[in-house]
Write a protein that binds this ligand. Structure first.
Ligand code: EPZ
Length: 445
């Protein structure tokens, strides 16, 4: 377990480039199973989750070659349709190989991805959709695997009961080679889904967003190889924008995609944050004047994204007044609150009054556990001081790192592997903005 030693209190200033989108890369790799021809993906972030997903492919016998930020995948060497438990259980997105394996080989065995630090994260919506397309699916609790088989996948009309980003992608990946037409209703609008659609279209798939939250896929006989460059990671851009604002810095972000950040930019401006469109793919972020308190509700796209909730809460610890965050997508996504409190933040849990929570919340209401909360109230501004803190989820980790950079003194952040899941070389890149950070091995502390 590595530790980051952070000497805080320095405003972050300078230029940084956003890496390729983690939440497209992982699905692009699953897409490569849909053809025997080579699939080449550029602008791949070199992060732990990417290596995990590529391990899933190699565990199936698929040839993978990583050269810098380019990954070449050859699926014709596939030897198995079973994802080993120890490989698949490390990453929820491993379940997305099911559709392509069913479409091409008629069978798949995938570990139940199970919960993680932000909630139960079941795949019931994925499973229901695949069954609608003709897959026979059983779950064996004794070995923790889903067993799927299908002589042929056929198109279906399927309406998601609630939004699911990867659930939408799971069904698209199954439908592109299915027989006939698939109509997905209440389909996710996340921009990462659009990037996956572009990639699959490049492979010869026929996929259209026909109207709001509706996607129609016409199955084709065969897909061919493709060379594709991933969109930038909007969660990285938001992390760097808030890093600039909360440290009273001034950061120029390259590979910026403002069109993906509507809800963030609106909230950022309302808090007194300033963003300047330097050119089509460069944005300057800083804080002009005092940070104003806000009331944010996280929602599926195009709403304020749940992945931005944690770093935004940190930002609000420095606002003049009381702010609230209402998390509606995941049932347990406030793990960073305890760590920010250690650094002096004043954050209280509360449960916003909601009519019909079973319908209102994006997670399955039955996945809630006692002690879970959906809201936090943040009183600012509170000076943050150094502390020894733990990380147990990716976005919470980035938030605690930003908090340590904001605080005075020297903080120790354990469990850095969580940040490495989604941010490439985070300490090197932040050092270029003036951050004083060292990475230490456990036995060096
Ligand atoms: C994707 O997760 C992203 N992950 C998440 O980013 C992101 O926060 C989320 O979408 C929302 O945009 C990847 O793309 C790899 P959902 P996903 O299916 O697909 C529940 C990060 O930090 N649900 O839209 O898992 C689910 O538990 C990660 O990069 C079911 O109950 O999100 C959640 O509470 C975190 N049953 C809610 O719905 C299902 O079958 C939304 O899930 C599917 C989902």
């Amino acid at each position: 377990m590595d530790t980051l030693v952070v000497h805080g209190g320095t405003p972050l200033r300078g230029e940084i480039a956003v890496a390729g989108a983690k939440n497209v890369a992982l699905k692009a790799f699953a897409s490569a199973i849909l053809t025997d021809e080579e699939v080449v993906i550029h602008n791949v972030p070199l992060i732990a989750d990417v290596h995990c997903m590529l391990d899933v492919l190699t565990s199936l016998g698929i040839k993978v070659d990583i050269n810098g930020h380019t990954v070449r995948i050859q699926s014709k060497s596939l030897k198995s349709t079973t994802v080993p438990l120890d490989v698949g259980a490390r990453l929820r997105t491993s379940s997305l190989v099911a559709g392509p394996l069913l479409a091409r080989y008629g069978a798949a065995r995938i570990p139940n991805p199970g919960g993680c630090r932000i909630g139960a994260r079941p795949i019931d919506r994925h499973i229901r959709g695949l069954a609608e397309m003709g897959a026979e699916i059983s779950y064996h609790p004794d070995d923790g695997y889903f067993y799927l088989r299908a002589d042929t996948l056929h198109g279906a009309g399927f309406e998601f009961e609630k939004n699911t980003h990867t659930g939408t992608e799971a069904l698209i990946l199954a439908a592109v080679l299915a027989e006939g037409e698939t109509v997905l209703k209440n389909a996710a609008a996340e921009v990462e889904v659009d990037d996956l659609i572009s990639l699959l279209t490049g492979m010869g798939a026929t996929i259209k967003r026909t109207k709001e939250r509706e996607i129609v896929i016409y199955g084709v006989k065969k897909l061919h190889g493709v060379e594709y460059s991933l969109m930038p990671d909007r969660n990285e851009e938001v992390t760097f924008a808030l890093a600039a604002a909360v440290t009273s810095g001034d950061v120029l972000v390259h590979h910026s995609r403002r069109a993906h950040l509507g809800a963030f930019l609106e909230a950022f401006s309302s808090a007194g944050g300033q963003y300047e469109a330097v050119d089509a793919s460069t944005t300057r972020y800083r804080q002009i004047g005092p940070i104003k308190p806000t009331d944010i509700v996280t929602l599926p796209h195009p709403g304020f994204m749940t992945d931005w909730q944690a770093p935004w809460a940190l930002y609000m610890t420095q606002a003049n007044g009381i702010s609230t965050m209402h998390e509606t997508v995941f049932e347990s996504r406030f793990s960073y609150v305890s760590e920010l409190r250690k650094m002096g933040a004043q954050i209280e849990y509360y449960d916003p009054p909601v009519k019909n929570p079973e319908i209102y919340y994006n997670f399955n209401w039955s996945d809630r556990r006692s002690g879970y909360h959906q809201g936090i109230r943040i009183t600012g501004p509170t000076p943050l001081h150094d502390a020894v803190v733990e990380i147990d989820d990716l976005r919470a980790g980035a938030t605690v790192l930003l908090a340590a950079l904001t605080a005075g003194g020297t903080s120790y952040i354990h469990g850095v592997e969580q940040i490495d899941r989604g941010y490439e070389n985070i300490e090197e890149r932040l050092r270029k903005l003036g951050a004083r950070i060292e990475r230490k091995k456990e036995d060096e502390i």
